[in-house]
Design a protein around this ligand. Structure first.
Ligand code: SF4
Ligand code: SF4
Length: 789
């Protein structure tokens, strides 16, 4: 819209009413050069990233069968019939994965936005807590400052339009360059962050979720928390819209002491944010296990991370399924226009195994009523898929030790050993397996002796399941501006060693306990730990010797040594947004329409790292890719190799580690910091020092660098039993060295050929560069004050 200037005069101003149309967020002043970037709008920035952090592909196949030209052999340097090569095809896969994830979160946001506007009106004010910068991603990407939930309409219009453009580029005969597929994948990742921000801000604002609340209450969590004698309702998925009505109905009718209601996956997070009487069972990996236990009397599904076989599994145990979202309907009849009583009759009698029900008022009334009817019926029959004691003995005795289950298990679990021990009455190996098992059910299909392996594992683990009772601080939402003001300086100068964000799913390589252990170690080392999604739940699942979870032991403020849970999957947006807040609030960078400058600041100055240790979904990939575009490195667990693309830095290619000094445009060759943007760690031992290393930033001051180096060295010595090979690369002068080891490390530097003045205890020669407290590292030439010729 072109702004028009002018003035008008009304003489004898009396009884005149002037109506000015809505001055919407769209009309606000733009600050940066790239508001609403198109699919190549940030290509230059993407190229800067890709040139340093080269995409590395690990394709699972070397053919392409996307179109009817195929199947095409892409081995060697061969091209497919359309001209694409294996690198291009791999990059296209990365783009498609990123698009899928972004679409998932944005469609969730759209569903919520339409519903909340209908219920509360488009002028409902945004309120996320004590912040002026309320929607950092929206401001940075769109160049607008939304005030009401209606202001998010053009934001999601933009996301949807861009995703359509991106999907179009994946068609055969469109984009062919791997580099540009990756730029587009980064664009999709950024859109993902934006869609998540919209979804969480509107639900926080309208549904009374905690608003930047560092003291949000605790919620109970675990497979052992429910009183299974009561009727049990389990909600599965990510979208709070329908469960909110169930909680309201139960609240209104005083049913919280009569019915147990809990969630699986991120719906659980948002149920507890909405009403703290709700409980949390755990992540998606608990879905099949919990359904087969027979404990749920009603299953309510919405969207995302809902197993495709839920209806089939539930039907075997006469657990009615209420599908409340158009995205997952399981072939069930849509009963939205029928009476609640008629639907209940058909479900109780088993005439229908489940229904699609899209009327939230009806869902709210039906689910508790249905649970009250189904509970006594199901409990009287003792419906469960788990074997009884006698059957269990027969089943474990059937195992022939063929190891087929272990070969098919994504975790390669030693199931036959546990079977053999159980034959002799020792269930301890099964109890260990229970935590490591991601509940996929693949072993059931692989066993030639027809042993229902997962059921056997769960039967054997009843003792540990009963004791599985933890606590998690309810999702707090954003980090408030005052917290950023307090902590920003420490973070940028490096005196807080880093922000570690534990995000994503429960596909851990060696059980949930690892996440707890990693968080405990890093929080004790004064890192700020932020969690979200299933990782946030798993962190709260274990207790120390005094019976306290990490959430009970550590406060939830954005300062070093604290543990913050932002909330559900869409709350991931606030973690990325925190880095924007640091750039804006602490460093005064302009945000609106200014992605490149903000991302450049984050990459060079904010020691934040994402850890998706159990990532499994396309959503987790999109989140990680969005963080990468914002300059935040991400580490995945070993299953992350199945995403088939990483962004790896090469320290030995010196020319890729040149940055500009913003004061005068001079070129400075820096240490590789951060070394990678997306990388997989094979083991926890490998992960620990890597996390510390990825927190290095060129802007660290000496005190900060010494603190970071201390952790890097200590973690390497503790977990890998050696000094890191590259610790010296991060030393710029003697003050960068950890105080406790300074002399010892200086001797080692001398052995490497560095010159040391032992009298003054100073490094004279050796480092790549000197410390300069005024250094303004940037990768963007236009941000330099004066470019040197
Ligand atoms: S259900 Fe558990 S034990 Fe069975 S294949 Fe999956 S992860 Fe392995
Ligand atoms: S596949 Fe079945 S029989 Fe073979 S080792 Fe596993 S549980 Fe035993």
């Amino acid at each position: 819209m072109t702004p028009k200037k002018g003035s008008f005069v009304i003489e004898e101003l009396e009884n005149v009413q002037i109506n000015i149309g809505k001055v919407g967020a769209e009309e606000q002043i733009l600050e940066g050069p790239t508001p609403r970037p198109e699919i190549i709008g940030l290509r230059n920035w993407d190229y800067r990233i890709i040139d340093r952090y080269n995409p590395v592909y690990t394709p699972t196949g070397d053919t392409c069968d996307f179109c009817t030209y195929g199947k095409c052999d892409l081995t060697g340097n061969k091209e497919g019939a359309c001209g694409i090569d294996l690198e291009g095809q791999s990059a296209r896969q990365a783009l498609m994965t990123s698009i899928m994830g972004a679409a998932c979160h944005s469609a969730h946001g759209r569903h919520l936005l339409n519903y909340l506007i209908k219920k509360y009106g488009e002028d409902f004010k945004i309120d996320v807590g004590p912040s002026n910068l309320q929607a950092p991603l929206t401001e940075t990407i769109m160049g607008i400052q939304p005030k009401t939930i209606g202001d998010f309409r053009p934001v999601l219009d933009y996301v949807e339009e861009q995703l359509t453009q991106l999907i179009a580029t994946t068609n055969t005969g469109q984009e062919g360059a791997a580099r540009d597929f990756e730029s587009k994948a980064l664009h999709a990742g950024m859109l993902d962050l934006l869609g998540m921000e919209v979804a969480d801000i509107i639900q926080i604002s309208c549904l009374g979720f905690p608003k930047s609340d560092e003291k949000a209450p605790m919620a109970e969590i675990g497979m052992g928390i429910l009183d299974s004698k009561k009727p049990v309702v389990i909600c599965v998925g990510h979208n709070i819209a329908a469960p909110a009505y169930i909680l309201d109905y139960m609240d209104k009718n005083g049913q919280f002491d009569k019915i147990e209601i809990a969630g699986l996956c991120c719906t659980a997070h948002d149920m507890t944010r909405y009403n703290k009487s709700a409980k949390i069972i755990g992540s998606m990996s608990k879905e099949l296990k919990y359904i087969r236990s027979g404990i749920p009397d009603v299953l309510v599904t919405d969207e995302q991370c809902v197993r495709a076989d839920i209806l089939k599994e539930a039907q075997k145990l006469h657990i009615p399924v209420i599908a409340t979202n158009e995205k997952i309907t399981y072939g069930l009849q849509d009963r939205s226009n029928d009476s609640v009583d008629a639907i209940i009759d058909d479900l109780v009698s088993g005439k229908q195994p489940g229904v699609v029900l899209l009327d939230f008022e009806k869902i709210g009334e039906l689910v508790p009523k249905l649970a009250m009817k189904m509970g006594p019926i199901r409990k009287a029959k003792g419906l469960t898929a788990l074997p009884d004691d006698e059957e269990f003995k027969k089943l474990v005795a059937k195992c022939t030790k063929c190891l087929q289950c272990t070969r098919d298990c994504p975790q390669s679990l030693p199931i036959s050993d546990a079977m053999a021990a159980a034959v002799n009455g020792d269930l301890s190996l099964f109890e260990i397996l229970h935590d490591k098992c991601v509940g996929c059910g693949r072993c059931d299909y692989s066993c030639p002796a027809d042993i229902p392996v997962l059921n056997v594992i769960e039967k054997a683990s009843q003792r540990v399941i009963r004791e599985e009772k933890g606590k998690m601080r309810i999702g707090r939402g954003q980090i408030g501006d005052p917290e950023i003001r307090e902590e920003g300086r420490n973070l940028v100068l490096g005196t807080t060693p880093g922000v570690l964000a534990f995000v994503g799913c429960g596909n851990y390589p060696d059980g949930t306990k690892d996440v707890y252990d990693i968080v405990e170690e890093m929080i004790q080392r004064s890192y700020i730990i932020i969690t979200s999604g299933c990782s946030a739940m798993d962190v709260g699942m274990f207790k120390d010797k005094d019976g306290k979870t990490l959430y009970e032991r550590y406060p939830g403020r954005f300062v070093k040594g604290n543990l913050l849970n932002t909330g559900s999957c869409v709350s991931n947006a606030h973690i990325a947004a925190t880095t924007i807040k640091v750039a804006s609030i602490f460093a005064g960078r302009k945000t609106k329409g200014n992605w490149e400058e903000i991302a450049d600041y984050v990459l060079n100055r904010v020691g934040a790292v994402g850890i998706a240790w159990g990532a499994y979904s396309q959503k987790a990939f999109a989140i990680g890719t969005g963080c990468n575009r914002l300059g935040i490195p991400v580490v995945t667990g070993p299953h992350g190799t199945k995403y088939r693309r990483a962004f790896i830095g090469k320290p030995y290619r010196k020319e890729t580690w040149n940055v500009l000094d913003g004061r005068d445009g001079s070129v400075i060759n820096i240490e590789p910091a951060p070394e990678h943007l997306m990388i997989t760690a094979e083991t926890k031992d490998e992960l620990m020092p890597l996390l510390a290393k990825l927190c290095f930033r060129p802007s660290d001051n000496s005190l900060g660098r010494a603190i970071k180096l201390t952790h890097y060295i200590e973690l390497s010595e503790k977990y890998l039993k050696k000094l890191p090979d590259d610790w010296h690369i991060y030393v710029r002068n003697e003050a960068d060295l950890p105080v406790a080891k300074r002399e010892q490390l200086m001797k080692l530097l001398e052995e490497k050929g560095w010159k040391i003045d032992w009298e003054k205890k100073k490094i004279l020669e050796g480092p790549l560069r000197k410390v300069d407290v005024s250094f303004q590292p940037t990768n963007v030439p236009r941000l330099c004050k004066e470019v040197k010729k």
